[in-house]
Design a protein around this ligand. Structure first.
Ligand code: BJ8
Length: 432
């Protein structure tokens, strides 16, 4: 696999309006980064080969598949948040793509328009769009935004100037009245999506969408259980990668591949075969999502004698926790069940948000982690402020806690390395 490369297809890129010169350079950087971060790991499961191929085809093969889907009349939908109901998109045979940006490379583009002091995830994604370096943006039929944080919310107004954009209003509290609002929003979204897809969402179609996405979430839950075992059979970085890929790949094929990987990992667990040295420090990450290719902190943790055993994040447990019951088959109950499932996502955009703290504490127990790294992207006010309450809850229980606020630039790598190493050392000392 050392001959791995992120493939190029200048002809295809030209056709869809990508800046070919820039994307060619970016894919070289990504190839290099991927080799160093992933292919250098020892004792990787065989089943990771599929996910390597996905990355290799991320700007080519998958784009061709999406163009084929478009030709078949299937809509291509971009999203930025796990609140946008994927079951409805898939029920209407849409292709759903997560567009969050995790690269420093496009931030200067965005900063020509957006302020410097906002979240890098927002800037990176917008930079991909205006710099024309993301093939996915180029093939979208519609972008679905949401009113979670202010940075995203206001940025959608700019996207709307050049792309068909529709924004869902996400409640910021979890009272009965908020659930009612969210149900209305889900129904309005369904109607809008039906217009885009030029078909109506039948009961059978929604039921099928629920089954497909449930299966995908279940596969990720199974993977998560396996990575939490005593001697984890897969690295935290690989699990993060799989979670990142879940936002790009075909959901049926993706679930099959994760299930196949889980079978391999179950065998490893039976044999007691792990990926890291025995005694590696078990770390849980909680906080803001790490979008592709943001592997900065996991790289440092796992190169310093730690292993990540849980991610409380939307590219992690907040995406795959909770399924929609499959017993109901009439439209009203399915939409209500869907609404309730989504209202369980504990994003820091909600207030109050005690449930998230309880979720973190219980995941900490279940994963047998030895410490929590709370990861917040710079200028993400909600996660940054909520860190205080999580820290306090950890201190009350004697849970080692490290707060990190960072962005995508490599400038703080040395400083983060020192802090993370010291944190892992502090945990090792507690053991003895
Ligand atoms: S449900 S976490 S996917 S909003 S990190 S862009 S919040 S300033 S990503 Fe998120 Fe939905 Fe919440 Fe999940 Fe804004 Fe914060 Fe940036 Fe964020």
């Amino acid at each position: 696999m050392m001959n791995f490369e992120v493939k190029a297809d200048p002809e295809l890129w030209e056709k869809i309006g990508v800046d070919v010169t820039r994307l060619s350079k970016m894919r070289e950087v990504l190839t290099d980064l991927y080799k160093k971060a992933f292919l250098s790991q020892k004792n990787r499961p065989e089943g990771m080969r599929y996910f390597d191929e996905v990355i290799s085809n991320i700007h080519t093969g998958r784009i061709r598949e999406i163009l084929q889907a478009k030709e078949e009349g299937r809509p291509v939908v971009g999203t930025f948040c796990v609140f946008v109901p994927e079951e409805i998109i898939v029920g209407l045979e849409g292709v759903c793509i997560g567009l969050c940006g995790g690269s420093q490379g496009t931030i200067p583009d965005a900063e020509k328009v957006l302020p410097k002091n906002i979240c890098p995830l927002v800037k990176s994604a917008y930079g991909f769009r205006i710099g024309r370096v993301c093939p996915y943006f180029q093939v979208l039929d519609v972008l679905y935004g949401e009113t979670t944080c202010d940075a995203k919310k206001k940025n959608y107004e700019l996207y709307a100037e050049e792309l068909p954009t529709y924004v869902m209003e996400i409640p910021q509290m979890k009272r009965k009245v908020d659930e009612e609002l969210w149900l209305k929003e889900v129904k309005a979204f369904k109607e809008h999506m039906e217009g885009v897809a030029k078909r109506s969402l039948t009961e059978e179609a929604l039921h099928e969408g629920i089954k497909i996405i449930n299966r995908k979430r279940k596969a990720l839950q199974r993977l998560n259980e396996l990575r939490m075992t005593e001697n984890p059979p897969i690295s935290g970085k690989d699990v993060l990668l799989i979670n990142q890929i879940s936002f790009y790949d075909d959901p049926v094929r993706f679930a099959e591949k994760v299930e196949a990987l889980c079978e391999e990992l179950e065998e490893r667990v039976k044999r007691g075969e792990g990926v890291s040295e025995r005694g590696a420090v078990r770390v849980m990450i909680a906080g803001t999502p790490m979008a592709l290719p943001n592997w900065k902190v996991p790289n440092i943790v796992e190169n310093s004698g730690g292993i990540i055993v849980y991610e409380e994040s939307c590219i992690g447990s907040r995406y795959f926790n909770n399924l929609i019951p499959e017993e109901s088959k009439d439209l009203e109950s399915m939409l209500l069940n869907l609404t309730r499932r989504y209202m369980k996502i504990n994003c820091a955009c909600f207030t109050p948000n005690e449930e998230r703290i309880q979720d973190i504490l219980s995941a900490y127990e279940r994963s047998k982690a030895e410490g929590i790294i709370y990861y917040s992207l710079a200028f993400c006010h909600t996660y940054n402020i909520e860190a205080y309450k999580v820290k306090r809850a950890c201190e009350e229980r004697g849970i080692p806690f490290l707060f990190i606020e960072t962005d995508y630039s490599p400038e703080d790598v040395g400083q983060l390395q020192t802090r993370i190493e010291a944190f892992l050392e502090q945990i090792r000392e507690r053991r003895s």
